[in-house]
Design a protein around this ligand. Structure first.
Ligand code: NAG
Ligand code: NAG
Ligand code: NAG
Ligand code: NAG
Ligand code: NAG
Length: 432
């Protein structure tokens, strides 16, 4: 605009009647010089505007990042800006003598919430979070749980924990056995319980199950709502950054070893324990729906027990899965059961090398039928437990071990009493 005005002015001048009168004079040259200087000045102003706009964008976005309190806490002070940007900033301020300097970083400190490091620790690791309840929606929860720190080293002493996730209709009838199992191991485990929403009983204050219920929704066995509940459990457990291994258990499960043995077995393994096999029969491949192609192929299709154990990396992938879950939800309907196929197939596709392909939760199918054996009071004996504890061979950490199952199901509530009688001595519960 300015340039145009100047040019037009010059044209007017050169075509005006003055022209003849001053043609030979000095005035003409002076005007030419002034016009030249004015053009240069307007060019500098335009350049200044351009640089000022870009430098401001750069400065403002960098400041936005520093509003994230945790990052601000953990990161070293920002490096000085490179010399050129300093120069540009000075230049544009010079060219414009403007009001834009108000966005400089000096004003930002008062806007930071003041975090101190003990709050920071409890915020991210939740060791003091006594109550598993919260008000997040599933969508908010999954998003929050899917976050992975990019810095490998933890800024606090991280004690690896195992998350025990109970998927139950109501109360846990075998809770007294679990209480003995956990006794003396505070800080090495966390408990999460998903129940029917209408179940609101609370354990007593000195119980390990006190305030460990998570916000739950109705579950239909064998349907997608069951997978939703399992993902909800995983997501809640992921909120605690100290949880490294995640075991899914039912109310009929019992531990087959003491805490120390189970903890070491899981923490020292780099594999997850999800039963996953290719069943060529109608009860396996027969449940594959060809509409799942090409997201899931028949060759990738797997079957396995729903009672999984996964490490943190896989747990994050499971709660983040937006690709396979919708396909299963739409196309895996009875006689296809999502709880027998979704996790085994998913892990086979996304990280086959990191799964042992076997479950660590034992169940007895030997009596035939479509349901496994439920053990009642008179079935419980040292011989039965030892048979499950030592009667198998399997691979573990590249070798062979006789410890293949860490948990057993299905134990009826009536087994509690005999179990309390023999388990502490047999399994070697600490402090007994
Ligand atoms: C940090 O926050 C915790 C919990 O709010 C508080 O107890 C502690 O006194 C604070 N420490 C400092 C140094 O401000
Ligand atoms: C588990 O199965 C997958 C795919 O079938 C295979 O790649 C992997 O080697 C198996 N893992 C073990 C430990 O056998
Ligand atoms: C497990 O392996 C041991 C040693 O190789 C063998 O003696 C035992 O019979 C095996 N047990 C089973 C159930 O195969
Ligand atoms: C897992 O551990 C086994 C034995 O401890 C080792 O041979 C294998 O390379 C490890 N795998 C990964 C992916 O770290
Ligand atoms: C826990 O079990 C292991 C073997 O299963 C045993 O060696 C250990 O002594 C037991 N711990 C206690 C405290 O009894």
């Amino acid at each position: 605009m300015k340039q145009c005005e100047l040019t037009c002015f010059a044209k007017q001048l050169s075509s005006s009647p003055f022209r003849n009168r001053f043609r030979q004079g000095k005035l003409h040259r002076v005007i030419i010089n002034i016009l030249f200087l004015l053009s240069i000045a307007s060019f500098v102003i335009l350049l200044g505007t351009f640089i000022n706009y870009h430098v401001r964008k750069f400065l403002i976005s960098e400041e936005d990042y520093s509003y994230l309190p945790p990052l601000h806490q953990l990161s070293p002070p920002p490096p000085p800006p490179p010399p050129w940007s300093h120069y540009s900033y000075v230049l544009c301020n010079f060219a414009f003598s403007s009001s834009s300097s108000s966005s400089s970083s000096s004003s930002s400190t008062s806007l930071h919430p003041t975090f101190n490091s003990s709050q920071l620790n409890s915020h991210w690791t939740a060791p003091d979070l006594e109550d598993a309840w919260h008000s997040m929606t599933d969508e908010e929860l999954m998003w929050r749980a899917s976050m992975v720190p990019n810095i490998v080293k933890y800024p606090y002493t991280r004690k690896t924990k195992v998350a025990f996730m109970f998927l139950s209709r109501g109360k846990l009838p075998l809770a007294p056995l679990w209480e003995k199992f956990f006794q003396g191991h505070k800080g090495l485990f966390s408990i999460y319980i998903h129940t029917s929403p209408e179940f609101i009983d609370e354990a007593t204050g000195n119980s390990v199950f006190y305030k460990r219920r998570i916000p739950s929704k109705p579950v239909e066995w064998g349907m997608a709502t069951m997978i939703d509940a399992e993902r909800r459990l995983l997501a809640n457990a992921l909120l605690d950054f100290s949880n490294e291994r995640f075991v899914l258990l039912s109310e009929t499960c019992i531990p087959l070893f003491n805490f120390t043995t189970i903890y070491n077995y899981l923490v020292n393994s780099n594999q997850s324990f999800i039963g996953s096999f290719d069943d060529p029969r109608f009860t396996g491949r027969g449940r594959y729906n060809k509409h799942m192609w090409p997201t899931v192929s028949l060759e990738e299709w797997r079957k396995g027990s729903q009672w999984f154990e996964v490490n943190r990396k896989l747990a994050v992938e499971i709660v983040s899965d937006g690709k396979y879950y919708p396909v299963f939800k739409e196309h895996c309907n009875p006689p296809c059961y999502m709880d027998e196929h979704y996790f085994p197939t998913l892990v086979n596709i996304i990280s086959p090398g990191l799964n042992s392909n076997r479950s660590i939760t034992w169940v007895d199918w030997s009596r035939g039928g479509s349901h496994p054996t439920t053990y009642v009071r008179n079935d419980v004996s040292v011989a039965l437990l030892n048979q499950i504890r030592q009667g198998f061979n399997c691979t573990y950490k590249g070798g062979v071990t006789s410890i293949c199952f860490l948990f057993g199901r299905k134990f009826h509530p009536s087994t509690l009493h005999p179990l309390l009688g023999i388990a502490p001595a047999l399994l070697g519960f600490d402090g007994q």
